[in-house]
Design a protein around this ligand. Structure first.
Ligand SMILES: [Zn+2]
Length: 257
């Protein structure tokens, strides 16, 4: 029996003489692995719609060991991302984060929506890289079980105080007074003294409805703190430095943030 599904191709690997296994992020089934038979041949009708970064509609049937792609049609190729090495490397990092964090056979509609929108805005330059990267990182971690507790001080529940401190490893927020009295107050604890505008941005990214997610302002002088905070939070909670991040990082000039 054939079934149709839409998804974004995150990874591919070659098997056999001419086949490829694709890892696809779908809305209703999360990550799935499907086999694109004979798709390494340049004459294959599957070649175009089964490239990494394509959002395609697949017609699948259950083979002996894998679901197999019978036909595929491109919905969105993100072609222009492939023309800019910095954008392409960042999109590569986004898809690798999705592949790392997303489950199989679980609903991933929100993660897919985040990935598609972020890639679209990156391609069209609707927002800068300095804006898109921390939004993507903090939101996907929040959707994947690593939502930081940034509502209020972890101890006294203060929503605001003269200085708020964020502990990336614990995903906790504290006012300075509570932090200094806490068991975390040590030179060995990594803590970030948040600018109020950065705290407001983090709260927005974590809690806002999707429709408003990208549309917030942050003063230029605070962008670097948000960028670095999202990055360190991602690396601490994925406990890895993804290869795609390393590539992006060698290409992207942080002086532009
Ligand atoms: Zn407090």
């Amino acid at each position: 029996m054939q079934k149709k599904t839409k998804g974004m191709i995150l990874k591919e690997r070659n098997i056999g003489e001419n086949d490829r296994i694709l890892t696809v992020l779908t809305a209703d089934r999360g990550l799935i692995e499907v086999c694109a038979r004979r798709s390494r041949s340049p004459k294959s009708p599957l070649t175009g719609a089964t490239q990494v970064l394509c959002y395609s509609e697949f017609c699948l049937f259950q083979g002996k060991s894998y679901e197999t792609v019978d036909s595929a049609e491109i919905i969105e190729s993100f072609y222009d991302l492939r023309l800019d090495v910095v954008k392409l490397s960042l999109a590569g990092y986004f898809v690798q984060l999705c592949a790392f964090l997303s489950p199989t056979e679980e609903n991933c509609a929100e993660v897919l929506r985040l990935l598609l929108n972020t890639c679209y805005f990156l391609e069209k330059e609707t927002y800068s890289i300095a804006h898109l990267k921390p939004v993507f990182e903090l939101r996907i971690l929040s959707l994947s079980g690593f939502m930081p507790n940034v509502v209020a001080c972890d101890r006294c529940a203060a929503y605001e105080s003269d200085e708020m401190v964020f502990l990336p490893l614990y995903g906790r927020l504290m006012c300075k007074e509570c932090y200094e009295l806490s068991e975390y107050a040590s030179p060995d604890t990594m803590c970030v003294h948040l600018h109020p505008a950065v705290l407001a941005a983090v709260r927005h990214i974590v809690f806002s409805p999707f429709e408003k997610l990208f549309s917030f302002q942050i003063p230029a002088t605070c962008r670097r703190q948000l960028y670095d905070l999202a990055e360190v939070y991602t690396q601490m909670h994925t406990e890895t430095e993804l290869k795609s991040w390393t590539i992006f990082n060698t290409l992207f000039d942080r002086g532009n943030i």
